[in-house]
Design a protein around this ligand. Structure first.
Ligand SMILES: Cc1cc2nc3c(=O)[nH]c(=O)nc-3n(C[C@H](O)[C@H](O)[C@H](O)COP(=O)(O)O)c2cc1C
Length: 325
């Protein structure tokens, strides 16, 4: 059974990508991931705050020392050795030298454009693609939703002017018209969209009267939201879609491919079951394909997307009317 796929123009030996996390922040871990049969890897993100901090510091320092405004230069070419940005570029370099599978760099972007020039350094370091983890919290009560949404497009436009490697956006589902937003983002020239990101969430400790972090890891039932939207959008977009959140086993991968995914990211399950579990996932996908008479992923991709399913309305249904009556 052939489980190879393409994603953002990259050739993957398996549809399973190990998502951005602490599992992907060192070359020895990437080697283990590759040996276990992953199709690709998304490196641990570098965060905009880290980039902006270094950048602002550097500008100030250089201006004080020399009177030059660093924005006129390719400032990242110098002075940053030993710092976070340099370390990230080094990780990409080493990853490319150390593994065959595609290596996707990741920037976690919280608002500004300041880090965009850093993206060209990421491209020069040999990353096969860049995943942009984008989420601008809708907590500014003065801001119109349209204005907030525009920021996504402005950043993508600027980024695509800057780099030529494939770019994907890892987005949330917090948009008032999610389907339209996904479709419009897919038409910006990006090569992929990742549905969806999972966020750190606060919880409340009722004994200590403290705010504390809630669960870090997803559970298999968390697959529901991305699965619904994968099925609704997969035939209506102009780029590849990858699934993320709640995919814990081969069944989850198969469901997403039936819904139309080009590839599927996994994180939580690999923290719990460890990296060699990827072998089980790949083998279980192949076994399922054999039982159902599929030779390639293309044979069943999108078979149960909304536009191909026998009862497409089920993906639109939100209320439990039938079950209550
Ligand atoms: C410990 C941990 C660290 C993560 N770090 C990042 C990160 O740096 N950048 C990012 O885009 N996503 C990060 N994520 C989110 C994952 O990439 C993924 O989107 C999320 O965990 C949902 O997938 P899952 O259900 O397979 O865990 C992290 C997740 C976990 C659990």
């Amino acid at each position: 059974m052939d489980i190879s796929t393409t994603y953002m123009g990259l050739a993957l030996e398996s549809p399973v990508i190990v998502g951005s996390s602490g599992l992907t922040n060192a070359v020895h871990k990437l080697k283990e991931i590759q040996d276990a049969g992953a199709g690709a890897v998304v490196l641990k993100s570098i965060f905009e705050e880290e980039i902006a901090y270094e950048y602002n510091d550097l500008i100030k320092e250089t201006y004080q020392k020399t009177g030059y405004n660093l924005e006129q230069f390719d400032y990242l070419d110098f002075e940053l050795k030993g710092k976070k940005l340099h370390a990230y570029l080094e990780l990409i370099n080493q990853a490319k030298a150390g593994v065959r599978m595609p290596v996707i760099a990741s920037v976690n972007c919280v608002y500004s454009h300041e880090w965009v020039s850093f993206a060209s350094q990421i491209a020069k370091s040999g990353a096969d693609a860049l995943e942009l983890n984008m989420f601008f919290a809708p907590t500014d009560l003065e801001q119109e939703s349209n204005d907030l949404e525009k920021v996504y497009f402005q950043i993508v436009e600027k980024l695509l002017e800057t780099i030529t490697i494939p770019v994907s956006l890892k987005i949330s589902y917090y948009f008032s018209n999610l389907g339209r937003m996904i479709q419009q983002l897919s038409e910006t020239g990006v090569s992929g969209l990742v549905l969806f990101n999972r966020f750190f969430s606060p919880d409340i400790d009722t004994d200590k009267f403290e705010v504390k972090p809630s669960f870090v890891f997803s559970s298999p039932s968390d697959i529901a939201i991305s699965l619904r939207w994968m099925a609704i959008m997969s035939q209506r977009v102009n780029c590849d879609l990858a699934a993320s959140t709640g995919v814990h086993d081969a069944q989850g991968v198969i469901k997403h491919i039936l819904a139309g995914a080009q590839a599927v990211q996994m994180v939580s399950t690999l923290y719990k079951n460890k990296i060699p579990y990827l072998k089980t996932v790949n083998r279980d996908i192949q076994n399922w394909m054999e039982i159902h008479g599929f030779n390639t992923l293309a044979d069943f991709r999108g078979k149960l997307s909304q536009s191909k399913a026998d009862n497409p309305a089920i993906y639109d249904r939100l209320q439990f009317m039938k079950y209550y009556s």
